[in-house]
Design a binder for this molecule. Structure first.
Ligand SMILES: [Zn+2]
Length: 444
């Protein structure tokens, strides 16, 4: 496919990619060509214009043509990676300054070191066995819940310690705190409560009922690979210091209103520092947006209906601040009303469960009328992904659910909860997200 573009006209289809000049109205023109899936070449004809030129490339991030924006980099004719500018929360929108002499660039998604994520089809997470009549499946969410909810707080504000955490504890909910560990820089208007109230955060993490996440060291972006490395890496290190011995995996959100300039993919930083991207898909709860409590009620209902992960985020909690205490409590009250159907957890907890589950396959090893052995193959790294998976076993009507025993590969019996389901009963148990086999016996 070859699409000719006049100086700023944008032809409708490059698989949904939009290419244009950034703030330029001179004679120079470009031609954008789709060369392969997730590979686009842009040829520039400067027409003797010596002004600095910047290309704006917007990649579709939803729908069938969505690009894996976190894996995208830009190279010149000589295959040198170019510095690209992006907003912290819109990685799919690229601003590419073209140095003199650079007249052809390739925008492409680079396959991650660990390969493209593989999702086993849903049928691979269920065994419907004819010989025993039993069904084994990996539950959509832990503890029989229908959907998940994460409650996030950005920008390390002192009211997270003075208001948000005590109130969350009243409700028994876990919050995810996106912190800027600093150190504080002169002239910065950012809050650095993580640095100035370090002992209090240390206390929170010792108690272990809240989660920390990476909002970059200073919430001000970066102008080079080196700076970005420090902004992401030093923040992760500061958080790991408070969570010794625990999984290093955490959520990363580079922050709204920040600009990042790097030659590398976001994936490079995510993988290197054991982070996952948590920059989008969240309901902003600042009072200034208006009608937040109702918006949350609706969002939660729709996520419950579809069995999905509902994300919300706050800034500062308190009267006259971004969210009033009354509105904060009103939203938590709504979550509380649905608590029996809702897994309210940290963002890393929820991300881990989803990633583990989608990489897991169940296969039948052997079965007869009274027993069944299955293999669980899990594709995630157990040192990072340590959220237990929930398995549900529906025994055939002929079995006495109370007598059914599930054993791991070493022969130890696992603790199963017997719960009512439809007109029968099922066994619910938790397993470690690692490849192993399990046996189910109706008459041990
Ligand atoms: Zn922020």
């Amino acid at each position: 496919m070859l699409w000719m573009a006049a100086s700023h006209a944008q032809l409708p289809d490059l698989g949904g990619v939009k290419v244009s000049w950034d703030r330029y109205t001179g004679p120079a023109s470009f031609t954008a060509t789709s060369e392969a899936r997730f590979k686009l070449r842009v040829q520039v004809d400067r027409k003797a214009d010596t002004q600095p030129l910047t290309l704006r490339v917007e990649l579709p991030n939803t729908g069938p043509n969505a690009w894996p924006a976190n894996d995208v980099e830009v190279r010149d004719e000589g295959s040198a990676a170019l510095l690209v500018q992006r907003s912290g929360i819109e990685w799919e929108k690229l601003l590419i300054p073209l140095r003199e002499g650079v007249n052809s660039i390739v925008v492409q998604a680079e396959e991650p070191f660990a390969g493209w994520p593989k999702t086993a089809p849903e049928k691979d997470r269920v065994i419907q066995d004819a010989a025993s009549g039993a069904q084994v499946r990996i539950a959509n969410w832990p503890h029989g819940r229908r959907a998940a909810l994460s409650i996030r707080f950005d920008d390390s504000h002192p009211t997270h310690l003075s208001k948000a955490i005590p109130i969350l504890r009243e409700y028994g909910f876990k919050g995810t705190f996106m912190v800027n560990p600093g150190p504080k820089e002169p002239g910065s208007r950012q809050n650095f409560s993580f640095e100035t109230q370090h002992a209090e955060w240390e206390e929170v993490m010792k108690r272990g009922d809240m989660e920390l996440a990476n909002h970059s060291a200073h919430h001000r972006g970066a102008r080079s690979d080196e700076e970005m490395e420090v902004e992401v890496g030093s923040a992760a290190e500061a958080i790991w210091k408070l969570t010794p011995g625990r999984s290093k995996l955490m959520a990363l959100n580079l922050g709204g209103g920040t600009r990042w300039e790097t030659t590398r993919t976001l994936r490079h930083y995510l993988d290197k520092h054991h982070q996952f991207d948590a920059s989008s898909g969240s309901l902003g709860m600042d009072d200034s947006y208006g009608g937040r409590v109702e918006a949350f009620r609706k969002a939660l209902a729709s996520h419950l209906e579809r069995g999905l992960w509902c994300r919300m985020h706050y800034h500062y909690i308190g009267d006259g601040l971004s969210s009033s205490e009354a509105n904060f409590r009103a939203a938590l009250d709504i979550a509380k009303q649905h608590q029996d159907k809702l897994w309210i957890a940290g963002m890393a907890d929820i991300h881990k469960y989803q990633a583990e589950r989608s990489s897991t396959k169940l296969t039948l090893v052997k079965s007869d009328a009274n027993s069944l052995t299955f293999q669980l193959d899990c594709g995630t790294d157990a040192t990072l992904y340590d959220q237990p998976l929930t398995i549900e076993v529906t025994p055939p009507a002929a079995w006495d659910a109370a007598k059914v025993e599930v054993k791991d590969a070493s022969g130890s019996a696992l603790k199963a909860e017997i719960v009512k389901s439809g007109n029968g009963r099922l066994l619910r148990l938790e397993v470690t997200p690692q490849t192993s086999s399990y046996s189910i016996d109706s008459s041990p």
